[in-house]
Design a protein around this ligand. Structure first.
Ligand SMILES: Cc1cc2nc3c(=O)[nH]c(=O)nc-3n(C[C@H](O)[C@H](O)[C@H](O)COP(=O)(O)OP(=O)(O)OC[C@H]3O[C@@H](n4cnc5c(N)ncnc54)[C@H](O)[C@@H]3O)c2cc1C
Length: 526
């Protein structure tokens, strides 16, 4: 038996540093007799630098690695995110009908012993015209009033409203790097990896760097971003494209300063559908981060940038745009021999619903908990890990495709092509067929393999105005009066919560001020 003693992470972006921190914390890398966690990052090759919106799982991850919430907010220039606001996804601008819907992070309200509200909403028990999300959750009301998800005194990463964060990707990697080295025992090397050499079994024997010569480990974690230097070039693990389902393969991004320093900060991502994709718009502490994600089959770079600049208006006139290429897909073998990919090196699903960093968290969690203490058991762990990752990717891809294929937009070839049945996975078609006569139920999902719980499917399905006809099953739902009362109670609770929760910008600024005071930085420039 060969004991696993050293893990080497290659790459210092979000994937590299999150993996390093989580792994080091879990294996207690500060113990000299335990597993050592090293990270090498290039001084010359930059990060991707986008990836600013997260998923609620991030709170568990940051809490698990022991990163103080206020320090995180200051270091990553972070703000809170309570969901995603979709504009013009159902129909194009200027068409009669609702022009937006909200996907909140809070699950629908469910009083113990009370009726499950979705069927009653479908049967018309909620106030007329009220969307599903507005009827079953108070979170839309709160974000519409610019409220944050927690109170100043709530413990770190806790609060009455489910939430995630928005942050600056480069600043986030920096704060993780500091924390990983100071508190968790990660050993950092600054060097560019030029190549890797294999042993007689096809496993990585060593990596060769320009500045530091050879580096060796028992397990190599490839976090080198889209190129997947180790897992792709060295280990030859192939990429399975899913561009036939999700067409977006380009993005153009611009960082836009606020017009006023006290401008309200939305605590949600805004996603606005366009002729060939959609635009993300995110509020950080000092600026917005925005980008147009589009399909190069349906528009070209110049037109995409023009559409994007029209959306941003004069505020972005002199600002530089960054163009990015990507492809939705993944490597079915994320883990081969003694090399495992985390982050973009392993795969990527276009960023609607912000699954990139959540997939990093998941891969890190799986890696840490499947990590064999005996290197001879690596192959079995790899098979298990790969099965779990493939299942997650496929389910996420179904979920994202649902946003596109339910659209009523036919105003461009992009939207027409998205409803072509040949582009819709059979697994999604089967779900949608069943949901015509019954709503989504948690039994539709194998929870351990899901990133999106049933409530997310419900919010998006009905936000996209999908029709479920429950008339033949009406007799199963006799609690109409109780349900009507529940819907009224949720509205009352929302008006109460408006008094209890602080303004989002005020919350962020107060939390940051408290941190600066604590570490003696108050008065310093933020
Ligand atoms: C358009 C777009 C928008 C996105 N938006 C979101 C979002 O809103 N939310 C979300 O969760 N995710 C999003 N993502 C995904 C997110 O950006 C990534 O998951 C995240 O940035 C992680 O990237 P990474 O660490 O894998 O790679 P990178 O950030 O590219 O980091 C790679 C690291 O590897 C190092 N490196 C590379 N080669 C070498 C070498 N030879 N030697 C040594 N070091 C090397 C680099 O120096 C760098 O440190 C988005 C992605 C795209 C393309």
């Amino acid at each position: 038996m060969a004991r696993l003693k050293k893990v080497l992470i290659v790459g210092g972006g979000t994937a590299g540093w999150l993996a390093a921190c989580y792994l080091a914390k879990t294996v207690n890398a500060r113990d000299p007799n335990g597993v050592q966690v090293h990270l090498v990052e290039s001084p010359d090759i930059g990060l991707l630098g986008v990836g600013e919106a997260t998923f609620p799982s991030i709170r568990g991850t940051l809490s698990a690695i022991g990163l103080d919430e206020r320090r995180f907010l200051v270091g990553a220039t972070a703000t809170y995110k309570q969901g995603i606001h979709y504009r013009h996804w159902v129909r194009p601008p200027g068409t009669p009908g609702a022009d937006h819907f909200f996907h909140p992070f809070n699950a629908p309200s469910q009083r113990p012993g009370g009726p499950e509200l979705l069927p009653y909403w479908l049967l018309g028990a909620a106030p007329e015209g009220m969307s599903f999300a507005d009827a079953v959750s108070m979170q839309t009301t709160l974000v519409d009033h610019s409220k944050g998800p927690k109170r100043f005194k709530d413990p770190d990463y806790q609060g009455p409203m489910n939430h995630a964060f928005h942050f600056d990707a480069a600043c986030f990697a920096r704060v993780l790097a500091e924390h990983g080295q100071e508190a968790l025992g990660v050993k950092r090397h600054i060097a560019t990896v030029e190549r890797a050499e294999l042993d007689e079994n096809g496993a990585i024997a060593r990596i060769v760097t320009k500045e530091l010569g050879d580096l060796t480990a028992d397990l190599y974690v490839d976090c080198t971003g889209l190129k997947g230097m180790l897992i792709g070039n060295v280990m030859q693990s192939t990429f399975r494209s899913r561009a036939d389902v999700l067409f977006a393969d380009r993005a153009v991004a611009i960082q836009v300063p606020y017009e006023r320093p006290d401008a309200p900060i939305p605590s949600y991502t805004i996603s606005t559908a366009q002729e060939a994709g959609w635009i993300w718009d995110i509020g950080l502490q000092k600026r917005r981060g925005a980008g147009y994600v589009y399909s190069s089959r349906h528009t070209d770079t110049a037109r995409a940038e023009a559409v994007f600049r029209r959306y941003l208006g004069p505020a972005a006139d002199d600002l530089k745009a960054f163009h990015i290429k990507f492809e939705t897909g993944y490597r079915p073998e994320h883990w081969r021999k003694n090399c495992v990919a985390v982050g973009l090196a392993g795969g990527f699903v276009e960023p609607l619903e912000s699954t990139g960093i959540a997939l990093i968290e998941l891969a890190t969690y799986l890696l840490t908990h499947l990590l064999p203490s005996d290197t001879d058991a690596m192959e079995q762990a790899a098979r298990h890990f790969n099965e779990m990752m493939i299942a997650r990717y496929d389910r996420i891809i179904d979920f994202i495709k649902m946003h596109y294929c339910l659209s009523q937009r036919r105003d461009s070839q992009f939207w027409i092509d998205n409803t072509d049945p040949s582009s819709i996975p059979q697994t999604l078609q089967d779900k949608l067929a069943q949901w015509k006569t019954r709503p989504p139920h948690r039994l539709d999902f194998v929870s351990d393999l899901e990133m999106f719980l049933v409530s997310s499917w419900q919010y998006v399905l009905y936000g996209m105005e999908f029709k479920t006809d429950l008339s033949a099953m009406r007799s199963m739902y006799p609690r109409m009066d109780e349900a009507k009362q529940e819907f009224r109670n949720i509205q009352l609770a929302a008006s109460q919560a408006l008094h209890d929760l602080p303004d989002h910008r005020a919350l962020v600024e107060q939390m940051c001020r408290e941190y600066r005071q604590r570490v003696g930085l108050e008065g310093a420039v933020a």
